[in-house]
Design a binder for this molecule. Structure first.
Ligand code: GDP
Length: 570
C-alpha cells in the first residue's frame, strides 16, 4: 500500500466514528438491536456532539522574522491569515519589541468546524540585544492558563473559551550550524508551558546531506541542553505494522525540515504548490523534497487532539498544581486562603449569573451529604477512631482538604508516607528522589484524581511494576507522559506507562530467581524428610503393634501356665 493511501486510511480511521454495526446492512441492524443494549452508539453520540460544538486549536509560531512563518501557516491551512500585515524595514525591525498578534479563522471541512487561532510573535529574535526577548511570549502563555484557571473556578464553567496555546512551531534558521543561544533559551523558557515542535525553516536552501547533518546536530543539542520538545505518543502495540512504520518515520524525521509557498506552479504537467528556481521546482507537498506533509499530517490529521490533551493534562496541570501549591503554602503561612492570582474586578451579576448562584445555593443533596459526613466524623471522633479513619497530614508534606503536597521534599522510597488520607484528590510527589512507589500506596484512595510524579529518578527494574500497572489503569495517561525511566541506560527516557512487562522483568535481579529456586529446593528436601519421617513412624508403629501383640500372647500363655500349675499343685 503506498503511503498516501495509508495516510488516507489513517485519517479515515481517526475521523470516522462509525461502528461496525452501523456500517452493516440496515436489515441486519434490527437483529443487532435485539442483541445489544445500545451503548455501542456512544461514539456516535460523542461524534455528533463534538461536530455540533466545533473544535478549536491555538497554534503559536515563533522564530526570527523572514524565516517563512507566515508563508508556512498559509500553506498549512490554505488561507490568507496575514492580509493586513505591515512589513517593516530593517531599521524598524531592529527597534521593534516583541509583540503578540492573534489571527482567528473559522475553517469548515466536510461539516466539521475548526476555530483556528494563530498566535504570531513578530519582533522575536530581531533585536541586537535579545536578552529575555521570550518574556512577552511566556507571559502570554501564562495569562491564558491563568484565565482558564479563573474560568474553571468560576460559576459558568460550561462555556469556557479555551485560549490556551496548544502547540508552538519554533522556526530554526537553516543558515546556522545548529541551535543559536537564543533558540536554546527560548525553548528552555517555554518547554514546561507548551508543546514545542522545532522546524528547520526554508529547507530548500540546503541539500539533503546538509539537512540530515543539521537535524542530527539539532537533536544532539536538544538532548545536551535538556530541552523537552513535544514527544509523539508511543504507538499502541495492537496497531498494524504499516501504521507503526509510519509512526517510526514521523519520529525519525523530527525536527521537520519545511518549505512554504503561497504560489502554485506547474511541475510535470501538474499544478502544485512550490517554489520556482532557474534549476527546477521545489514542491512543498513532495515528501522527497521536504517534511511539509509530515508536519501537516501530524499537526492537523493525527496529533491535533494529542497536542490538546498534553496541553491540558501536562502543561496546564503543572500550572494549576503550582497555583494550588501557592495557595496551600499561603494557607499554612497565614492560616487563610488567598488567591495566588490577582482577582479581577467582578462584573455585576447578570440574570444568568444570578440563576447560577441560586442553583448553587440550592444544592440540598450535596449539603445533606455534607451534614451526614460531618456527623459521621463527629461520631467517630467521639469514639476516638478518627486518627484511624483519616491519617493526619504525613510529614513533611503540606495538606489542604483534598490536596497533599509533597513536592521537592527530598523524599525517597523509604521516607514516603505509608498511607495517604482517603479523601486525597491530588497528591503531588514531583521533584523528589523517588525511584519507585511501594506496592498498594495509591490503592483504596477512592477520590484520587491525579498524582504528580514528574522530576523523580525512576529506576525501571522489578520495583517499578506497581507504578507501571497503576499508570496503565489511569484513564488519562497523557498526564503521566513525563513519568519516565532515569535508569537503566537502555530504558532511559522511556514513558513508564508504556513499558512492556518483558522489558521490566528482564531487569529483575537474578537473586529473586535464585531465592525462588533455593526455596523450591528446601521445600522439596523438607517434603522428602517428612515422607521419611512418616515411613519411619509407620514402621515403628507396626513394630510396636507386633511387640504389643507378642507381649499380649506371652501374658496370655503365662496366665494359662500359671493356671495349670496351680491346678497341678492342688
Ligand atoms: P516571516 O517573517 O517569518 O513570517 O516570513 P514570511 O513568511 O513573510 O517570508 C519571508 C520571505 O521568505 C518571503 O519572501 C517568502 O516568500 C520567503 N519564504 C517563505 N518560505 C520560504 C521557504 O520555504 N523557502 C524559501 N527559499 N523562501 C521562503
Amino acid at each position: 500500500m503506498d503511503s498516501l493511501a495509508l495516510q488516507e486510511r489513517l485519517v479515515e480511521r481517526l475521523l470516522s466514528p462509525r461502528t461496525q454495526a452501523q456500517r452493516s446492512h440496515p436489515a441486519k441492524l434490527k437483529d443487532h438491536e435485539k442483541q445489544y443494549v445500545g451503548f455501542a452508539t456512544l461514539p456516535n453520540q460523542v461524534h455528533r456532539k463534538s461536530v455540533k460544538k466545533g473544535f478549536d486549536f491555538t497554534l503559536m509560531v515563533a522564530g526570527e522574522s523572514g524565516l517563512g512563518k507566515s508563508t508556512l501557516v498559509n500553506s498549512l491551512f490554505l488561507t490568507d491569515l496575514y492580509k493586513d500585515r505591515k512589513l517593516l524595514n530593517a531599521e524598524e525591525r531592529i527597534n521593534q519589541t516583541v509583540e503578540i498578534v492573534k489571527h482567528t479563522v473559522d475553517i469548515e471541512e466536510k461539516g466539521v468546524k475548526l476555530k483556528l487561532t494563530i498566535v504570531d510573535t513578530p519582533g522575536f529574535g530581531d533585536a541586537v540585544n535579545n536578552t529575555e526577548c521570550w518574556k512577552p511570549i511566556t507571559d502570554y502563555i501564562d495569562q491564558q492558563f491563568e484565565q482558564y484557571f479563573r474560568d474553571e473556578s468560576g460559576l459558568n464553567r460550561k462555556n469556557i473559551q479555551d485560549n490556551r496555546v496548544h502547540c508552538c512551531l519554533y522556526f530554526i534558521s537553516p543558515f546556522g550550524h545548529g541551535l543559536r543561544p537564543v533558540d536554546v533559551e527560548f525553548m528552555k523558557a517555554l518547554h514546561e508551558k507548551v508543546n514545542i515542535v522545532p522546524l528547520i525553516a526554508k529547507a530548500d536552501c540546503l541539500i539533503p546531506s546538509e539537512i540530515r547533518k543539521l537535524k542530527e546536530r539539532i537533536r544532539e543539542e536538544i538532548d545536551k541542553f535538556g530541552i523537552k520538545v513535544y514527544q509523539f505518543p508511543e504507538c499502541d502495540s495492537d496497531e498494524d505494522e504499516e501504521f507503526k512504520q509510519q509512526d517510526r518515520e514521523l519520529k525519525e524525521s523530527a525536527p521537520f525540515a519545511v518549505i512554504g509557498s503561497n504560489t502554485v506552479v506547474e511541475a510535470k504537467g501538474q499544478r502544485v504548490r512550490g517554489r520556482l528556481y532557474p534549476w527546477g521546482i521545489v514542491e512543498v507537498e513532495n515528501q522527497a523534497h521536504c517534511d511539509f506533509v509530515k508536519l501537516r499530517n501530524m499537526l492537523i490529521r493525527t496529533h491535533m487532539h494529542d497536542l490538546k490533551d498534553v496541553t491540558c493534562d501536562v502543561h496546564y496541570e503543572n500550572y494549576r498544581a503550582q497555583c494550588i501549591q501557592q495557595m496551600t503554602s499561603k494557607l499554612t503561612q497565614d492560616n487563610r486562603i488567598e488567591s495566588p492570582i490577582p482577582i479581577l474586578p467582578l462584573p455585576t451579576p447578570d440574570t444568568e449569573t444570578e440563576k447560577l448562584i441560586k442553583m448553587k445555593d440550592e444544592e440540598p443533596a450535596q449539603e445533606c451529604l455534607q451534614v451526614k459526613m460531618n456527623s459521621g466524623i463527629l461520631f467517630l471522633s467521639l469514639l476516638g477512631f478518627l486518627p484511624l479513619v483519616i491519617p493526619t497530614c504525613p510529614p513533611p508534606c503540606k495538606c489542604a482538604t483534598s490536596i497533599i503536597d509533597c513536592m521537592s521534599k527530598g523524599l525517597t522510597v523509604a521516607k514516603l508516607p505509608v498511607a495517604f488520607r482517603p479523601s486525597a484528590e491530588i497528591i503531588n510527589l514531583s521533584y523528589n528522589r523517588l525511584t519507585s512507589i511501594p506496592s498498594g500506596l495509591f490503592d483504596n484512595l477512592q477520590s484520587l484524581q491525579a498524582v504528580h510524579l514528574q522530576g523523580n529518578p525512576w529506576e525501571c527494574n522489578c520495583d517499578i511494576l506497581y507504578l507501571r500497572s497503576w499508570l496503565q489503569w489511569q484513564q488519562n495517561r497523557t498526564l503521566y507522559r513525563d513519568v519516565r525511566c532515569a535508569s537503566p541506560a537502555h530504558l532511559q527516557d522511556r514513558v513508564i506507562a508504556y513499558l512492556t512487562e518483558d522489558e521490566i522483568i528482564s531487569m529483575c535481579q537474578y537473586w529473586y530467581c535464585t531465592l525462588a529456586l533455593y526455596s523450591q529446593l528446601v521445600l522439596v528436601i523438607l517434603l522428602f524428610l517428612q515422607a521419611i519421617l512418616v515411613v519411619f513412624i509407620i514402621v515403628y508403629l507396626r513394630r510396636y503393634q507386633r511387640m504389643t501383640a507378642e507381649a499380649r500372647s506371652t501374658t496370655r500363655d503365662l496366665n494359662q501356665h500359671a493356671d495349670t500349675w496351680s491346678l497341678q499343685e492342688q
